[in-house]
Each structure stands twice: as C-alpha cells, then as structure tokens.
Design a protein around this ligand. Structure first.
Ligand code: ATP
Ligand code: MG
Length: 316
C-alpha cells in the first residue's frame, strides 16, 4: 500500500515537472508563427545564380557528352544546402526522368570512402539492397551507373563536397589525380550525369586534389555573407512580406536592418535564428508586431554565443 502511494507521488511529481517545463517553452501559436519564418525563402542574386547553374547542369548533363559540372562554394550558413533543397523541391514531374530520380542528392561525410558513396547514390535512387561490402564494390558500382542511366538521372548534387578535398592519408590518395571517390564521380560525369559540388572554401582545393574532376566542373558560383547593402535589404523585405501574420515591418527601418546585418554578420542562418526567436518571444508577449525589445531578447537567447559582438539593440 505504502509502495503504491510512493509510486503515485512520483508520478504526480513527474507530471508537475512536465507541466512546468512545457510552460517554460513557447506556446503552440508562437511555434506556428516561428515556423512560417523558418520556411520563408528569399530569392537573392546569389541564390538565383546558383539555381541557374544547377538548372544548366540538369538540362545539359544528360544531353551532352561534354561535362557541365559546377562548384557552388561559400562559408557556413549562407544557404548552399537550402539551394539544393529548393531545387529538388521545385523539380516538376516529367516524362524525361523517373519521378524523384531526375535529380538526386548525397552528402559527403568527413572521410569519404568509395563503398559508402556508392551506397549513398544507390539509396538516393531508391535502388533495392543498396548496402555493399568490399567483395561487392565492383558490382554495386556498375549497378549504380546502370541505374543512373535507366532512371535517366540528369544531375547528381553533392553537398559538403569540400570533404572530397581533405588531405588524406588513405592509400587511395594520389597527388592531384584524386581518390577512388573522386574517380567514381568522374566516371558518373562521363556517363552523362550533370554534377553539382556544393561546399565550403575547401572545395577550392579541388584542382590540387583531382585535376581531372576539376576540369569537368569548370563553372563556379560563389556564395558570400551579406554586406549591409541593397541585396541585404531585399532579403529582409522578402522575409517580411512572406510572413504577413506576424508584423515585421520594423525590420525594414534603416536602424534595424543595419543592426540585423551586424548582429548576424550577414549570415542567413543567423538571420533566421534571430528573427524566428524574436517572433516566438513577441507572440508570447501577446504582440502581433515585432518590437525592438523582442529583437534585443532574441539576440541574447539565440546569438549570444557568437564571440565578440555586443547586442546591437542594447548599445544604442
Ligand atoms: N535563400 C534563403 N532564404 C531564406 N533563408 C535562407 C536562405 N538560404 C538559407 N537560409 C536560411 O539559412 C539557414 C542556413 O542555410 P544552409 O543550411 O543552406 O547553409 P549552408 O550554406 O548549407 O551552411 P553549412 O555550410 O553550414 O552547411 C537555413 O536553415 C535557412 O533557414
Ligand atoms: Mg549545408
């Protein structure tokens, strides 16, 4: 009887803790408004140039035997993966390729190896039994090339492609002639699949790591963090207009758009983190319009971990 009572007490305690914890988080309405900001996409000039380059690789990759690879390079948080995601989501169903297989995306891990790259491509193609082991590598490699042709895949998007360029001590490394993984990517390009390599500045070393793959990816688009200029203002105004439910017009004032650029150092990731947090705070304060104090509190919550920058909404 006593044991049962202790158990009930503990359950009550857990329940009270859970309620308290939930109350310290944001409300469902705040999360709904935050999600709207999360989903907004700004069509800025770098993004459009990137889309154009992928469209080109997509269109020409299968049509021509001449390779049409492209490198999209930029620092963390500028929107490289978002661009790939947007391109994939915007691909309409088409008779020219199998649904969902016209463009596929893989992500290069830190130490890419051939077997797992083949597996990643087979999985992206939804090929049955993609797993491979050393004994099956040659067969699975051929299966992947056959599948790319059979499904009429137009373009392979490789995210985190700077990992292809890390100095490696593996036996496969061979001066500027590449690794088994880059050699496999070369073979894919030669099978008339467009190639988009997307990654950080390390990708600029491709020429020194695999001059042959580099020569197949001669086109390049650079993504940069934003300065406080017209493009930045356009990003902010697109965010504001795509999220009409919570008023964000205050972000368009000269003072706030300048502070936003300084607070986020022109990074879209940090911009989204800050504005989402401000909308969450603002909603739960009962407001329908963002106020400076929401931005001040949001900076402290979301971005205070960034070193060496005082809260721009505090140092007026
Ligand atoms: N065009 C855009 N419009 C609106 N928000 C964007 C845009 N591009 C990126 N973002 C926002 O910035 C965040 C970071 O973008 P993303 O993850 O694509 O950057 P990344 O360049 O791939 O960074 P990393 O090199 O760290 O992987 C995204 O979660 C998204 O919220
Ligand atoms: Mg990314």
């Amino acid at each position: 009887m006593r044991a049962k009572k202790n158990e009930d007490d503990r359950e009550d305690e857990h329940f009270r803790d859970a309620v308290a914890r939930r109350q310290s988080l944001y409300s469902a309405e705040a999360l709904r408004r935050g999600a709207a900001v999360d989903e907004a996409i700004a069509m800025h000039p770098q993004f459009l140039a990137g889309l154009n380059a992928i469209d080109r690789a997509f269109q020409l990759g299968r049509a021509l035997s001449t390779p049409t690879g492209v490198c999209i390079v930029g620092p963390a948080g500028v929107g490289k993966s978002t661009l790939l995601e947007y391109f994939l989501a915007s691909l309409p169903p088409n008779d020219l390729f199998e649904a969902g297989r016209g463009a596929i995306r893989i992500r290069m891990p830190k130490s890419p190896i051939l077997g797992s790259t083949i597996e990643a491509i087979l999985s992206a193609l939804r090929y049955p039994f993609p797993k491979t082991n050393n004994a099956q590598i040659a067969i699975k490699r051929q299966n992947s090339l056959d599948a790319l042709r059979q499904y009429r895949t137009h373009v392979l998007l490789v995210d985190e492609a700077h990992n292809l360029c890390r100095p490696t001590t593996s036996k496969g490394a061979c001066g500027d002639e590449g690794t088994p993984v880059t050699e496999y990517l070369r073979q894919i390009v030669d099978h008339r699949v467009g190639l988009v390599l997307c990654g950080g500045a390390g990708l600029l070393q491709l020429q020194d790591r695999d001059k042959y793959l580099h020569s197949r990816c001669a086109s390049a688009v650079e993504f940069k963090r934003f300065d406080y200029d017209r493009d930045w203002m356009s990003v902010i105004s697109q965010l504001v207009s795509q999220c009409p439910e919570h008023g964000m017009a205050t972000l368009l004032s000269h003072a706030n758009s300048d502070r936003l650029q300084r607070a986020t150092r022109g990074s879209l990731r940090w911009l989204k983190m800050l504005v989402i947090e401000a909308v969450l705070i603002s909603t739960d304060k009962g407001r329908t319009e963002l106020a400076d104090e929401d931005l001040r509190a949001a900076f402290d919550r979301a971005l205070a971990g960034l070193q060496g920058l005082a809260n721009p909404w505090r140092d007026k």
